[in-house]
Design a protein around this ligand. Structure first.
Ligand code: GLN
Length: 538
């Protein structure tokens, strides 16, 4: 049984400073020193989970093994630590309030006035401690979303204050701020950091460590100024300089001794050695690619990289596995018509059609797929991308005019993608899709099998619609191999084309499972196929 320590990561001055990356980097360093660690994100918004948010709000929705729709930072946690997360790792204010209000309705607080303090804060603390409960982690790192001073983050900061008071040295607080550079003055400015720490102090929390996001190195003068005004040791002022790649941040944090500082603050004996050699090798390969390919990512959020975060990162992992830099060309599916296809796609080495919901951009996706199918360009379709490949094949190969998914056209004469029975009666949209890990059986004669080298795989899902089995025979006869099936419900999970060098569509989301330590076989295979296509090897 471990004496679990709790580390909190808060943010000040602005959002988007990279608390998630700092948390994931610290976890990586702890792992390198032999500690077990998990990371949790508490989001102060009222949505019960981010599943109902559009990607413009918070970027991609990341799905865990147990089917939780979570914040995209959980993707970073998994990619860095190579440890799966779960519903318990992402809790929103909405989920906390929902729980407390339901309990009140059930009579769980009979006789008492239910209040933010203690009832909401107690529930927040319970959710934090839940992860450390069975003693399997040395450290639980809890990142608090948003910025200190926001009205909605008050109960979370109060919960930290209480936990700290209860647990003393078993807790530490890291506060991430921005140290802006004023080019006119030629100076880094510490005032916003001072104010941000003051805001925390007003709420009763003195940060132990201040991580300063900056575009320029902090000199000794700046470090001591921050230390002096924010009541921390100079060694606890940590520089987080802009990095060319997020994967460099653990090494920056190692250099700045963030892990050592946290170990000291929590009175944890400091292991002498750290082993992060495989991470260093990854970076070495990342920075010295031997090859380069360009992939077009066709999606309706092409102006928003965060909407496809896990896909971008999966390409980085798979690129490193192939010693290849993968450049991504984002292509707006709703601006893609037949006239523009050749201009946009003829010089790429492969095309990925992205997941998504709704009608917008769908015809552009289908047109792009016709282009890559007929021109024999490597193709990977994910979820809606796979469904579009089915629709394209139905329309252009099977000659089923106006074939469609019933999501886009409920009256299509040929519903090749349709909603399954178990999804039909569903009225509530939150958390009711086919979500999380499901098994899939691969055809041993398929391309996907040669990539996974396993018959039974497990992949994560997030969708309502499925391949319509009534059309199975027609597709197979015309050369589409239904190469992966979810056996329990006989649902098609993977499609591939017999007479194409590399054309694969998957109903699941492989990108969620790709990590630095374990690049995903489908992405590794796709990058290799693009390289082969480029060098004319296929
Ligand atoms: N909109 C499709 C469905 O619900 C695909 C979802 C997705 O791409 N994640 O089935």
């Amino acid at each position: 049984m471990k004496n679990t320590k709790y580390i909190f990561v808060t943010g000040g001055v602005t959002s988007s400073l990279g608390k998630g990356i700092i948390s994931a980097s610290l976890a990586k360093l702890f792992q390198g020193r032999g500690f077990s660690v998990t990371i949790q994100k508490l989001d102060p918004y009222i949505n019960v989970d981010p599943g109902t948010l559009n990607p413009y709000e918070h970027g991609e929705c990341f799905v865990t093994e147990d089917g939780a729709e979570t914040d995209l930072d959980l993707g970073h946690y998994e990619r860095f630590s190579n440890e799966p997360t779960s519903q318990a790792n992402n809790v929103t204010a909405g989920r906390i309030y929902q729980y407390v209000i339901n309990k009140e309705r059930e009579g769980g607080y009979l006789g008492t006035t239910v209040q933010v303090i203690p009832h909401i804060t107690d529930e927040i603390k319970r959710r934090i401690k839940l992860l450390g409960q069975n003693g399997s982690y040395d450290f639980v790192i809890t990142e608090i979303g948003g910025t200190v001073g926001d009205i909605e983050s008050f109960p979370f900061i109060e919960a930290i204050r209480q936990m700290r008071w209860e647990m003393g040295k078993n807790c530490a607080v890291i506060h991430l701020t921005l140290v802006p550079y004023l080019s006119a003055a030629g100076e880094l400015k510490t005032k916003p950091t001072q104010h941000s720490v003051k805001t925390m102090l007003e709420q009763g929390v003195q940060p132990d460590i201040i991580v300063c996001r900056t575009e320029h190195h902090l000199n000794d003068g700046i470090r001591s100024k921050i230390a002096q005004f924010c009541n921390v040791d100079v060694s606890a002022v940590i520089e987080s300089i802009d990095a060319a790649s997020i994967y460099e941040v653990p090494l920056h944090m190692l250099e700045e001794r963030l892990d050592i500082e946290v170990l000291r603050k929590t009175s944890t004996p400091i292991p002498e050695k750290i082993d992060i050699s495989s991470w260093e090798q990854f970076l070495q390969r990342l920075h010295n690619p031997l090859h380069q390919v360009t992939v077009a990512l066709v999606g309706k959020y092409a102006d928003l990289k965060d909407a496809y975060k896990s896909i971008n990162e999966a390409f980085i992992h798979a690129g490193v596995a192939n010693e290849c830099k993968v450049s991504i060309r984002y292509v707006h599916s709703d601006q893609l018509d037949h006239g523009k296809l050749a201009d946009v796609l003829s010089d790429v080495d492969g095309v990925l059609v992205a997941p998504g919901f709704g009608e917008r951009g769908i015809e552009g996706k289908i047109a792009a797929i016709e282009f890559v199918r007929t021109k024999k360009i490597p193709f990977l379709g994910i979820c809606l991308g796979m469904q579009c490949a089915v629709i394209e094949f139905a329309r252009n190969v099977l000659q089923l005019k106006d074939a469609h998914s019933t999501e886009m056209n409920p009256r299509t004469p040929f519903p090749v993608i349709d909603i399954i029975q178990t999804q039909k009666g569903i009225k509530n949209l939150g958390g009711t899709m086919r979500l999380g890990a499901y098994p899939c059986k691969l055809d041993p004669d398929s391309k996907v099998f040669s990539l996974y080298r396993e018959t039974m795989i497990s992949e994560r899902h997030r969708h309502r619609y499925e391949f319509n089995n009534e059309y199975k025979k027609a597709f197979q006869k015309a050369g589409m191999n239904l190469a992966g099936i979810y056996p329990n419900e006989n649902l098609v999970e993977v499609i591939e084309l017999d007479d194409h060098p590399w054309f694969i569509g998957v109903q699941y989301h492989p990108e969620y499972k790709s990590t630095v330590a374990n690049p995903h076989p489908l992405f590794v295979g796709f990058v290799k196929a693009m390289l082969d296509n480029k060098t004319g090897k296929s």
